[in-house]
Design a protein. Sequence first.
Length: 432
Amino acid sequence: MGPLVSEYPANSRRKAFQDLAFQLMSWFVKSNDIDAAVEVCLQRIGEISRAGRAYVFLFHDNGRIMDNTHEWCAEGVTPEKENLQGLETSMFPWWMARLREGVHIHITSVEGLPEEASAEKEILGSQGIKSLLVLPLSIQGELGGYIGFDNVQDTSAWHDRDFQLLRMSADILGNAFERDRANQELVKAKEKAEQAAKSKAEFADYVAHEIRSPLTSISVMVEALGTMELSEEQKEYIGLIREGTTLLNAVINQTLDFSRAQAGRIQLECLSFDIADVIRKRIDIHRNAAAKKGVELSMTVDSKIPSPVTGDTHRLGQVFGNLVSNALKFTDSGSIRINAALDSAKKNTVTVRFSVSDTGKGIAEEAIPLLFERFSQESAATSRKHGGSGLGLAICKYLVQLMGGAIHVESKAGEGSVFTFTAQFGKNSFEN
Ligand code: ADP
C-alpha cells in the first residue's frame, strides 16, 4: 500500500523525487534489469502523485506505432496495458506535437482540453481519465516514447522543481532504454555475424572437401608416375605438378583454418610435448630448402623452459611452420634464427617467448600495421613472385591469441625481420 498524499507535502515530495532519481541512477549503473527499475519508478511516482495508473509507452516503426510496455495500477484500478498495444501515434496529433517539442503534458482537467485536442479529449474521456501528467522519453536522441500518470490527484501544489526532478527521472529512464536498445542491437548484430561466419565456414568446409578429394587422386597418381621410367623433361613436369598440388593443399588448409577461426571453431588440444622438439621438427622440414638457398638455419632453446609442457603441439608447429617458411621465402642469403626463451612462470603455467629472425628483404614500414590482417601481402608483386594467400599471418595471430599470447614484428626494408610471439603452456604439476 502506497503512502497517502498527506505524507508528501511539497518539501518531502521533492525529497522523495530526488531520492527516486538517485536510486534510479545507481540502479542503472549497477544493473541491466531495466524492467524491474521501470516498475519501481512507476510505482514510486504513482504513489507520490497519487495517480491511478502509471505507465510507459514506447514507439517503434519510425515513431508510427506505440505500445504500452510497462504499467503500474493503484489498488482497485483496472489494468489497461493489454488494450493499448499497436496504437497509431497519428491518432494523437496534439499530444504528439507537444511531446516532440520535448515538453511535459500536464492536464489538470481533460474536460478543459483545447479545441485542437478534441481527438485526445474523446479518447482520454472514454477511458474515464480526468487528469494526467506525461513526460517525453528521449531515446537515441529522438522521441522514443513517454512516461505517463493518469488521474493524478495531487498536482495542485506542484512546483516547477518537482517537474524538473520528474524530468530527471524520465531522462535516466530514457537513457536506460537507450542502453537496453543498444544492447539488444549488439546481441542481434553479434548473432547475425556469428551466423554469417558459421555459414561461411560451412561453405568453405564444403568447397575444401570437394577440392581435396580430386586433389588427393592427382597427388597419388603423380607419385605413381614418379616411380616410372621417365625422360628428364617428364621428370621436370612431374616436379611442377607436385609443387602445384602442395601449394594448392596449403591454400585449402589455410582457407579452412581461417574460416574456422572466424567462426570461433578452432579448439586447442591439450597434449604433453617438448618445445625444443617441435622447433627441431619444423627446422628439419625446411633444412633442404634452406641449404639449397645457402641460408643458415639455427635454433636456441632456453634451458629454463620446462619439459614436457602441455598445450597444442600441432598448432604451435603450425605457427612456426608459417613463420619459418615465410622467412625462407623472403631470405636469399644469410641466416634464419629461431629462439625460445622463458618469459614468465606461474605455479601451473609458463609463458614462452619465441622469435624467428631473418636477414631477408624485410618489410616496408607502411605494410607492417596490416600484416596480421587477412589477405594482406606487402604488394601485388609479392604474391605474383612468391605465391601465398595472405592468410598465414592472420591465422598465426588468431592461434597465438588462442594460446594466450600475442604476436608482433619488427622489420626494416632491406634489413631483415624479427617475428616475435608469446604463448602459454601448462606445466607438469609435479614440477616446481
Ligand atoms: P602468405 O601466405 O601470402 O605468405 P602471410 O600472411 O604469411 O601470407 O604473409 C603476408 C605477407 O607478409 C607476405 O606476402 C609478405 O609480403 C610479408 N612477410 C611475411 N613474412 C615475411 C618475412 N619474413 N620477410 C619479409 N616479408 C614477410
